[in-house]
Design a protein around this ligand. Structure first.
Ligand code: ASP
Length: 594
C-alpha cells in the first residue's frame, strides 16, 4: 500500500514549516545539482519543491536518481523554509521545500511525446492523440476548471430560481435546427434509425405542455455539419425553457445567469442589462448579426456627400439606387500603404464587390478617387467624418450587398490591423427574419427554427406573398463578436405552427410524418412559452480567452471530425453491420489520422 498524501502540492506555505507531510503527484521537473537533487512535484492544485540530500538520507537520494519526468511518486518529508535567496514569489508554495525522508515510485513514465511542463507549439494531432498528457498542462487544467465552474454556477442559479433540470433522450427522432442529423441504426427495428438530437428543442417545448414551467438542462447536442471554422460535431448547451413568459423575462433571467457565471467562474463583475439592437440595426451599422462593438467602426451612409459628384461610375450607380457606405478606421493612416489598399481592393472584389474606395487623411490626402473627387473628399474631412490620420473604406453596391461586404471588410480589418481589445462586449440582437432563402436547399428555410413565433401581424400579411419580409420573435446574445446564445418565443398554437410548416414547403403528409407528435401535443392545452440555449463551449472559451473551443473541451474532435486518440470514427465488423441490417456501398476510406 502506498503512502497517501496528507496535503496537496499546492497547499503548503511557511506556516507549515516543521511538519512531516506526504505528497502524491507527478514529477514535473528535475534539477540535479550534483550534490543535491531538486524535484518539483505536481498535482492539480500546484507544485511543491522536494529536496533530496545525500547527507541527510543517502538511500532516498539514490532512489531519487532514478526519477524521470512524469513518474508518479509518493514522498514523505519535512517542510522547511527555503533560504531567502531561493524563495519563489510566483509560486504559492515558493517559500518552502520538503526535505525528503521517504520516496516511493508509484508508476514510471516513458518520455512523454509532448511537453507537459511547458507550452510548446505542438501539432494539434499530437495533442489530441495524447490528450490525457495535454490535459496535464496547467492552462488546460485551469480551462476545464473554469468550465466546471460555469456548469456549477448555472445549475446553482437556475435551481435557485425554480428551474428544474430534466434530461431528454439522445436516441430520438430528428429535432431539426437546420443541420444534418447524426443517425443511429436500430437493431431491433431493422432498417430504421434514431437521430441524435441537434438540440432538445421539441422535448423542452413538450415539457412546457407537461407543466414544468421552468426547465433547464446542460445538454449535449449533435450536428453533422462540414467543419467550418471552429465547430464540433457534439457540443454543449445550457438549454432553458419557460412558460407564461414574455421576451423581457427571458432577457432578464439570462442576463442574471450570465452575470452570475462571470462572477463565479472568473470573478468578473459585469453590468446588466445588455445593449439591444434589432437585426436590421446591426446589419446596417456593422454588416453582421454578431458584431464586436468594442471596435466601433459603425457604417456611415455617404450618398449625400456624393449627390453632385462628377465621378461617372459613382454617379451612375447612385442613380440606379445603389448605396455608398463606409467606415472609418481611426488614426491608422500611416499604417496603410498603397499596397495594403490594393490588397483590400482585391479582397473586397473576392467578396463580390465591383471595387472599394479608400481615403487616407495623412499629411497629404491619399485616395484612389483623389483626382476625380477631391471636392467630395474635402467635404468629408471638413464635415468631421474623416479626421486627421483616419482611414475610410467605402463600398458602393445595392443595400444588402453593401452591408455584407463592408461587414466582412470590417472583420478583416479588426483581425489584421487592430490590437486585440480586452474586456467584454455584450449585446442582444432581436427581430431576426423568420425565414431566409436556403441556397443549399434551394427553398425557403427557417432562420432560427420552425418553432419560433413569427411577428404575427407580418405573418398574416406576407405569409403567402413575401414570407422573407416576416420578422420573428427571436433573439441572440452576442459576446465579443460571437453568438453565445440563441432563443425565441415559441409558437403555441397548432394552426400557426402548421402554417409555418407550410411556408417551409411541407405538405400535410410531411407535417404529420415529421411533426405529428408535436401537433398532437398542441391539442391539449399549451402554455405560451419561450426559451434560449447558451453555447457553453464558446462561452467558456471567451472566459478563458482562448480562440478555439477545442481548448475548453476535454476530448474534442479534429476538423475532420475524428479523434486521433481513440481512432473514432472507425470501421466496424461485418457481423455488426449484419446485425444492423446494413451493407456498405463503398469500402471505408482510411483516413490519415487513424
Ligand atoms: N434550440 C435552439 C438552438 O439550439 C435554441 C432555442 O431556441 O432555445 O439553437
Amino acid at each position: 500500500m502506498f503512502q497517501q498524501r496528507t496535503h496537496t502540492c499546492g497547499e503548503l506555505t511557511k506556516k507549515d514549516a516543521g511538519k512531516i507531510v506526504v505528497l502524491n503527484g507527478w514529477v514535473d521537473r528535475i534539477r540535479n545539482l550534483g550534490g543535491l537533487i531538486f524535484v518539483l512535484v505536481r498535482d492539480r492544485y500546484g507544485k511543491t519543491q522536494i529536496v533530496f540530500d545525500p547527507n541527510e538520507n543517502k538511500e532516498v537520494y539514490e532512489k531519487a536518481l532514478r526519477l524521470r519526468n512524469e513518474y508518479v511518486v509518493s514522498i514523505e518529508g519535512e517542510v522547511r523554509l527555503r533560504p531567502e535567496k531561493d524563495v519563489n514569489v510566483n509560486m504559492k508554495t515558493g517559500e518552502i521545500e520538503i526535505l525528503a525522508t521517504h520516496l516511493e515510485i508509484l508508476s514510471q513514465s516513458e518520455v512523454p511525446p509532448i511537453y507537459v511542463n511547458k507550452d510548446e507549439e505542438v501539432s494539434e494531432n499530437l495533442r489530441l492523440k495524447y490528450r490525457y498528457l495535454d490535459l496535464r498542462r496547467e492552462k488546460m487544467q485551469s480551462n476545464l476548471l473554469v468550465r466546471h465552474k460555469v456548469m456549477k454556477a448555472s445549475r446553482d442559479f437556475l435551481s435557485y430560481n425554480n428551474f428544474v433540470e430534466i434530461e431528454t433522450p439522445y436516441l430520438t427522432k430528428s429535432t431539426p435546427e437546420g443541420a444534418r442529423d447524426f443517425l443511429v441504426p436500430s437493431r431491433l427495428k431493422p432498417g430504421t434509425f434514431y437521430a441524435l438530437p441537434q438540440s432538445p428543442q421539441l422535448f423542452k417545448q413538450l415539457l412546457m405542455v407537461s407543466g414544468f414551467d421552468r426547465y433547464f438542462q446542460i445538454a449535449r447536442c449533435f450536428r453533422d455539419e462540414d467543419f467550418r471554422a471552429d465547430r464540433q460535431p457534439e457540443f454543449t448547451q445550457i438549454d432553458i425553457e419557460a412558460s407564461f413568459v414574455k421576451r423581457e423575462d427571458i432577457f432578464n433571467f439570462t442576463e442574471q445567469l450570465i452575470k452570475e457565471i462571470f462572477q463565479e467562474a472568473i470573478n468578473e463583475s459585469i453590468e446588466v442589462p445588455f445593449k439591444r439592437y434589432t437585426y436590421d440595426e446591426v446589419m446596417n451599422k456593422f454588416g453582421s448579426d454578431k458584431p464586436d462593438t468594442r471596435y466601433g467602426m459603425e457604417f456611415i451612409e455617404l450618398n449625400e456627400y456624393f449627390k453632385e459628384t462628377k465621378v461617372k461610375f459613382i454617379k451612375e450607380k447612385l442613380t440606379q439606387g445603389a448605396l455608398l457606405k463606409g467606415f472609418v478606421i481611426p488614426e491608422k493612416a500611416e499604417n496603410f500603404t498603397r499596397s495594403k489598399f490594393d490588397e483590400l481592393v482585391e479582397f473586397s472584389k473576392d467578396l463580390g464587390s465591383s471595387g472599394m474606395i479608400w481615403i487616407a487623411n495623412s499629411d497629404d490626402i491619399r485616395s484612389n478617387i483623389k483626382k476625380a473627387a477631391e471636392t467630395e473628399i474635402i467635404k468629408l474631412i471638413e464635415g468631421g467624418i474623416i479626421k486627421k490620420n483616419d482611414v475610410m473604406l467605402m463600398i458602393l453596391e445595392e443595400k444588402d450587398k453593401v452591408n455584407e461586404i463592408l461587414g466582412q471588410l470590417r472583420v478583416h480589418i479588426i483581425k489584421q490591423e487592430l490590437k486585440k481589445k480586452v474586456g467584454f462586449d455584450f449585446l442582444w440582437v432581436t427581430d431576426f427574419p423568420m425565414f431566409s432563402w436556403g441556397d443549399e436547399e434551394q427553398k425557403i428555410v427557417a432562420e432560427h427554427h420552425p418553432f419560433t413565433m413569427p411577428n404575427l401581424e407580418e405573418f398574416k400579411k406576407f405569409k403567402d406573398t413575401d414570407p422573407l419580409r416576416i420578422k420573428s420573435q427571436s433573439y441572440d446574445l452576442v459576446i465579443n463578436g460571437y453568438e453565445i446564445a440563441s432563443g425565441s418565443i415559441r409558437i403555441h398554437d397548432r394552426n400557426i405552427q402548421r402554417e409555418v410548416f407550410k411556408v417551409l414547403g411541407l405538405d400535410e403528409k410531411e407535417i404529420e410524418e415529421k411533426f405529428g407528435f408535436l401537433i398532437e401535443a398542441f391539442k391539449y392545452g399549451v402554455p405560451p412559452h419561450g426559451g434560449i440555449a447558451i453555447g457553453m463551449d464558446r462561452l467558456v472559451s471567451i472566459l478563458v480567452e482562448e480562440d478555439s473551443i477545442k481548448e475548453v473541451i476535454a476530448f474534442p474532435k479534429t476538423a475532420s471530425g475524428s479523434d486521433p486518440m481513440t481512432g473514432a470514427p472507425s470501421p466496424v465488423s461485418k457481423k455488426q453491420l449484419e446485425e444492423l441490417n446494413l451493407a456498405l456501398l463503398r469500402e471505408p476510406i482510411d483516413k490519415e489520422e487513424r
